[in-house]
Design a protein around this ligand. Structure first.
Ligand code: CS2
Length: 481
């Protein structure tokens, strides 16, 4: 029996039900990027606000790239379950906050109509770092991106995130306040999205660019929850706990955090009801999380991929990779500015514990994707701030990534193919080089990822030595050297 509005009362008794009348929900929030992360994070905070009695915040979910999730949700009256796991303990709930789900290429009029609706006061987005068509090192618009070129030529039938936001805004009545809340793992994500959207709008419509800059609010946010992509096994496990068939089931960790800059143009859901922290300055929280969690994650992903370790928990259980992860985190901690009053040592220990959560099937290949977007945010700020001071483990992480791109093989010879549109250009620099030193020189000069400011020569020398060790003895040799 499938999860639907009619059947949800047949779920196992311990499953938490939405507990409110979904028929009373109106649409108040539109979300771009309907992946598992949104549905296990912002949607749950919104669910809490609705459960607290405010029925304005039904979510219209929009998928820009893949039709499967909207189709699956539509077949379930937009209901899905979230199972939160911590070791052997698990709790499952049914989420009712989503009231509509569209695949944008098939429902563009509806999507733009919803963005123009004054009743929709908040737009959130999780479209991944590359979904904003930016140059990762400068966070400026990549005006040559094929989707941006398409949208500039066809502004009324856009396919990029920026194109959809701009087209929706153009239709929106001037007096209707709007807040656009970026929930992707980028530094100053709200400020960045504002700048990118203003840069995009300025290419065709200066009045719209002014409106983006002056009228729309773009609060910065720090989002945190480990939500692995679903696998057939995780779906089976979730369905067993739910007692119903749920093709959109999510399994994630129990931990969740959302820190949001309190800067909205109009009304917003009371996300505090779900534990969100509304605060003045989110940037220290972002830096801490992006570097300590995401930075360590990426290091585990590349070392794990080289060593044939398929999940984060497996990699953490490996003595060499586990110790390496701890070392990378300590290196990152050396330059990170913690939010006032935060105990970074305790935060780091808690992170290591989360990374060891064996109940999650979090694939190293998933985290290894889009390195050319992630590395500039997660590792390079610490290396820049170190100004040549050695960060032994973080530098090994960078060498491991470059080695993955250069060799395209794990240590045992398996092909590594990370999903990363920016990688071929960097890999070509590495492969064209005639020595390890030349490979490093060419890579560090690849401005889209490493920026245009020169890097310290001693850092380049150390990276070249690491590449030589990797070529000769693989990750095991590098991590034990
Ligand atoms: C991960 C993140 O895939 C990745 O790059 O590092 O998705 C990570 O799991 C989340 O940011 C945790 O909040």
């Amino acid at each position: 029996m499938r999860l639907t509005q009619r059947n949800c009362c047949r779920a196992n008794a311990e499953v938490q039900q939405p507990g409110y009348d979904r028929g009373r929900l109106s649409r108040g929030m539109l979300h771009l990027g309907l992946g598992a992360f949104h549905r296990a994070h912002q949607a749950l905070y919104t669910e809490a606000a609705i459960r607290a009695g405010d029925h304005r915040w039904g979510i219209v979910g929009v998928s820009l790239r893949e039709p499967r999730t909207p189709r699956t949700l539509a077949a379930q009256d937009f209901l899905y379950s979230v199972t939160e796991c911590e070791g052997a303990a698990a709790t499952t709930r049914i989420v009712g906050a989503v009231v509509q789900a569209w695949y944008a290429p098939h429902a563009l009029e509806e999507v733009l109509g919803a963005m123009a609706d004054p009743g929709v006061a908040v737009v959130t987005s999780t479209v991944t770092e590359k979904g904003y068509c930016q140059h990762p090192s400068s966070a400026d618009l990549d005006a040559d991106h094929p989707d941006i070129r398409h949208d500039l030529a066809h502004p009324d039938t856009p396919r990029s995130t920026l194109g959809v936001l701009a087209a929706g805004l153009r239709r929106r009545p001037a007096g209707a306040p709007l807040s656009i809340v970026c929930c992707d793992n980028m530094a100053a994500n709200g400020d960045t999205l504002r700048r990118l959207l203003a840069q995009y709008a300025a290419l065709t419509d200066p009045a719209l660019a002014r409106r983006v800059r002056d009228d729309v609010a773009f609060p910065n946010t720090m989002v945190d929850r480990i939500v692995p992509a679903a696998t057939p096994a995780s779906r089976r496990d979730a369905q067993r706990r739910l007692g119903l068939r749920d093709e959109a089931a999510i399994v994630c960790e129990a931990f969740t955090q959302w820190v949001i800059e309190d800067r909205f143009a109009g009304p917003r859901p009371a996300w505090e009801a779900g534990g969100a922290l509304l605060t003045g300055d989110v940037r220290p929280f972002q830096a801490m999380k992006l570097q300590l969690l995401n930075g360590t994650h990426s290091a585990i992903a590349y070392a794990g991929q080289l060593c044939g370790l398929q999940t984060v928990a497996e990699a953490m259980g490996d003595p060499l990779v586990g110790a390496f992860a701890r070392g990378v985190m300590a290196d990152l901690r050396a330059t990170v500015q913690a939010p006032p009053g935060y105990d970074v040592a305790a935060y780091s220990e808690a992170l290591l514990q989360r990374l060891r959560n064996a109940a999650l099937d979090h694939r190293t290949a998933q985290i290894a994707a889009d390195g050319t977007q992630k590395v500039p945010v997660r590792w390079l700020p610490a290396l820049r701030a170190s100004a040549g001071t050695e960060r032994p483990w973080l530098e090994r992480a960078l060498a491991a990534w470059l080695h993955c791109l250069r060799s395209g093989r794990s240590d045992s010879g398996h092909a590594l193919a990370f999903d990363d549109p920016g990688a071929p250009a960097l890999a070509a620099c590495l492969r064209d080089a005639h020595s390890d030193a030349d490979a490093v020189r060419q890579a560090l000069a690849h401005a889209p990822v490493f920026g245009s400011e020169p890097w310290p020569a001693p850092l380049a020398d150390r990276l070249a030595r690491h590449l030589a060790v990797l070529r000769a003895g693989g990750a095991a040799a590098l991590l034990s050297s």
